[in-house]
Ligand binder design. Structure first.
Ligand code: 4AD
Ligand code: MG
Length: 460
């Protein structure tokens, strides 16, 4: 069906004044009077609606349904200058064709737009302004992520979704199997041996291990794809399926990768500021006052940096009654992260040099023998958005980290080889796409940054 995108017409009205156009879309509002009717039409290409003016004396009577909220229509008419202060162009309709009627039980009504309610309608909520904005920001930030790395000669790599190793060692792997319930197996080994791959397999929690393989051949790489974690905690920040961006950089040490992560975050946030002003204005109006100014500050100001040990001191001296008491060696809980970001720093902060026992096996051991060259980037309102580290490049130290944790060495033979054949210092990080989207859009629940969120007991 030949038609012009509403975004094009609103973006360059001068090109269209006086011309005949065809536009298609869904009715967002309909105002009727004796001689005239006004329709706000949205086709999804932009957050903004196009006004259709219907002069009843000139347009054949509308079909039943062609004036209802949610109905889809095709409009033929002339683009003319608009004297309404909110728009520059409108369409004087000559013909209105109903494409799909939308009966009155359409569940997306103006009065019912709470995010909780809309979450029950993932297939329809995307037609609202809120989700038009959120998913456009998601698309634009994704493009900016690729642009950042491509402009700097990083190789985009596609790491496997099905894997036999556990990068994070957190036991959150979804098993992949073709075998159903089978009580006849005498042991777990026998069961896994009979399965599709002849061994235990799962969905990847991270592309890092394979990313390191590519970085030690191509120097600079990044992944950008789905990762999976069987998170039992039902929080607003954890999803069972989420997208991760994982750059891996050979010859980079911890301070180098922190510099890259900082530049990268500023770059992609600036892209959203530049490319999504309307979307940010809407999100700011309904969800997070001051959103645009907050993001501009992220681009302009330096990020803070604090040693884990110092962060623990700050928390202990805060006088706060935390639910989880703080001691050196404990993992920082959301409440601790939020205290640091929201009350102490009020901007993104890198917490550096965590105790080795609360972090993954692959992180480089610091000279103190107790901490690792690892950092999390925490942001106000959300908490951790990036997990980052220099990798252990020393064969023997890595071997010890793996055996100390009781991990199965044979699962990591390839990974060990990278330390045997031409090992190099290298570092990388993982950014959770939905986490940064929460920060950038002001959505307080990760479920509102994904089309069909996957979480414990939630699969629509
Ligand atoms: O800190 P994580 O576990 O780090 C890694 O997976 C490393 N292998 C990354 C690397 O160095 N290449 O996860 C990285 C990020 C987190 O900071 C968070 O933003 C996001 O992934 N993330 C989640 N996002 C949504 N739901 C979950 N369940 C998440 N778990 C982690
Ligand atoms: Mg982490």
């Amino acid at each position: 069906m030949k038609h012009t995108d509403i975004k094009r017409i609103l973006g360059a009205p001068e090109e269209y004044f006086g011309k005949q156009v065809v536009v298609c879309g869904w009715i967002r509002s309909f105002r009727d009077s004796k001689n005239m009717a006004f329709m706000a039409l949205n086709d999804g290409t932009t957050l903004n609606h196009l006004q259709i003016v219907i002069n009843k004396a000139e347009v054949p009577a509308l079909e039943d349904g062609a004036s209802r909220l949610g109905s889809s229509v095709r409009i033929e008419g002339e683009a003319v200058r608009s004297f309404n202060k909110n728009q520059t162009v409108e369409i004087n309709a000559a013909k209105v064709t109903l494409l799909g009627d939308c009966p009155l039980d359409y569940p997306i009504q103006k009065a019912k737009t709470s995010l909780d309610y809309l979450r029950t309608l993932p297939h329809l909520r995307v037609r609202t302004n809120t989700f038009n904005a959120v998913f456009r920001v998601r698309s634009k930030i994704s493009a900016a992520i690729h642009r950042y790395f491509q402009e700097r000669d990083y190789l985009y790599v596609h790491t496997p979704i099905i894997t036999g190793s556990d990068c994070e060692g957190a036991g959150k792997i979804f098993q992949v199997t073709t075998l159903g319930y089978a009580p006849e197996y005498k042991s777990a080994e026998e069961y896994y041996a009979a399965d599709f791959f002849g061994r235990k397999a799962g969905l990847t929690v991270s592309g890092q291990l394979e990313g390191e393989v590519m970085a030690t051949a191509f120097g600079k790489i990044y992944t950008f794809g789905p990762t999976f974690r069987a998170e039992n905690s039902n929080t607003t920040r954890h999803a069972a399926e989420f997208w991760q961006i994982e750059p891996e950089v050979a010859f980079a040490e911890i301070d180098d990768i922190i510099e890259i992560a900082t530049e990268f975050i500023k770059y992609i946030i600036k892209a959203v500021l530049d490319e999504c002003p309307d979307e940010l204005a809407l999100l700011e109006r309904f969800y997070e006052p001051g959103l645009t100014a907050k993001l501009q500050k992220v681009v302009d100001d330096e990020f803070a940096r604090v040693d884990y040990t110092e962060a623990v001191d700050i928390l202990k001296k805060s006088g706060r009654q935390f639910v989880y008491p703080v001691e050196w060696g404990c993992d920082l809980q959301t409440e601790h992260e939020r205290y640091l970001t929201d009350e102490v720093y009020n901007r993104p902060v890198f917490v550096v040099n965590y105790p080795k026992d609360i972090k993954s096996f692959y992180m480089k051991l610091n000279p103190d023998g107790k901490t690792v060259a690892a950092t999390d980037l925490l942001v106000p309102g959300v908490g951790e958005i990036i997990g980052c580290s220099e990798r252990e490049a020393d064969y023997n130290k890595l071997l010890k980290a793996i055996t100390d944790r009781g991990m199965k060495l044979s699962d990591y033979a390839n990974y060990m080889d990278l330390r045997k054949f031409g090992s190099v210092p290298h570092s990388g990080f993982g950014l959770g796409l939905e986490r940064i989207l929460m920060y950038v859009t002001g959505m307080g629940n990760i479920r509102d940054t994904q089309i069909f969120p996957r979480a414990k007991d939630e699969l629509r």
